[in-house]
Ligand binder design. Structure first.
Ligand code: ZN
Length: 257
């Protein structure tokens, strides 16, 4: 059965590569994440992972022209690299390996909640940036330009709630989740997304371009190196996503200990 799952992950990864949703190393990472998830959770886990993969790809392509104009402030393009894949799928993959070894409901809840967090965060950032109203910075407590790390728009917040409940909601019939598992993993996904925003607003590295005065996540802007304005070295958006999906996963899993 694992051979079949591996072939499915390989085929899905190659489709992602052909569509420009993944770069080469991102494809390799996604095949590894998919295979690890299948090891612990079988085809049901792959369906949940597929919901995340397909919806996040669709939303990242949606109105991409307008988003690129806004997102000069955000660092990466549409093709996801290995860091982005592991940031969003690493916690789920780890849960897959642990589930394959221990078969505990903790790891199932961890997996669903971690994936709900990643889905919520992706939907919030891909859709929230399109909000006509400027987002609200959770720590500065003021309105800031769209795309700023640590800020959330009402549209983004609603998207994160729908995204988290979609992952838990798809798991509900195929896994035969209890209502408790559905509610806990949805709530943990939303919590993980909020933690993501708070970390993004506090310790995530942010840079400043002295040529155009723009805040950015880029190390280079306008052809010159940018100046670090705040944050801890190495804490970029990918690290923040990984930390928050682990937090979300733990919040879901701990409930069932
Ligand atoms: Zn610049």
């Amino acid at each position: 059965m694992m051979v079949l799952y591996f072939v499915i992950c390989l085929a899905t990864g190659l489709v992602g590569l052909a569509m420009g949703a993944l770069n080469k190393k991102g494809t390799l990472a996604s095949i590894m994440v998919g295979t690890a998830v299948a090891y612990g959770f079988g085809w049901k886990g792959l369906i949940l992972l597929g919901v995340f993969f397909v919806t996040s790809t669709v939303w990242s392509k949606y109105k991409s022209g307008r988003k690129n104009a806004i997102k000069q402030i955000v660092v990466k393009g549409a093709a996801r690299d290995e860091y982005q894949v592991l940031a969003n799928g690493g916690a789920a993959a780890f849960a897959g390996i642990m589930m394959g070894i221990s078969h505990s409901i903790f790891w199932l809840a961890f997996f669903v909640a971690a994936l709900a967090t990643s889905n919520a965060d992706t939907w919030a950032s891909e859709l929230g940036v399109l909000s006509k109203k400027n987002p609200f910075h959770v720590l500065k407590l003021k309105i800031v330009p769209p795309g700023t790390s640590g800020a959330v728009s009402m549209l983004g917040f609603l998207a994160s709630i729908i995204a988290a409940s979609l992952i838990a909601g798809v798991g509900y019939p195929i896994y035969g989740f209890s209502l408790e598992l559905f509610i806990v993993s949805t709530a943990a996904g939303i919590l993980g997304c909020i933690i993501d925003t708070i970390i993004g607003a506090s310790i995530q590295e942010e840079f400043y371009c002295k040529y155009c005065s723009m805040k950015t996540e880029h190390l280079e802007h306008c052809g010159h190196r940018t100046i670090k304005s705040r944050g801890i070295a190495g804490i970029n958006n990918d690290v923040v996503n990984l930390i928050s999906s682990i937090f979300g996963g733990l919040a879901g899993g701990v409930w069932f200990l």
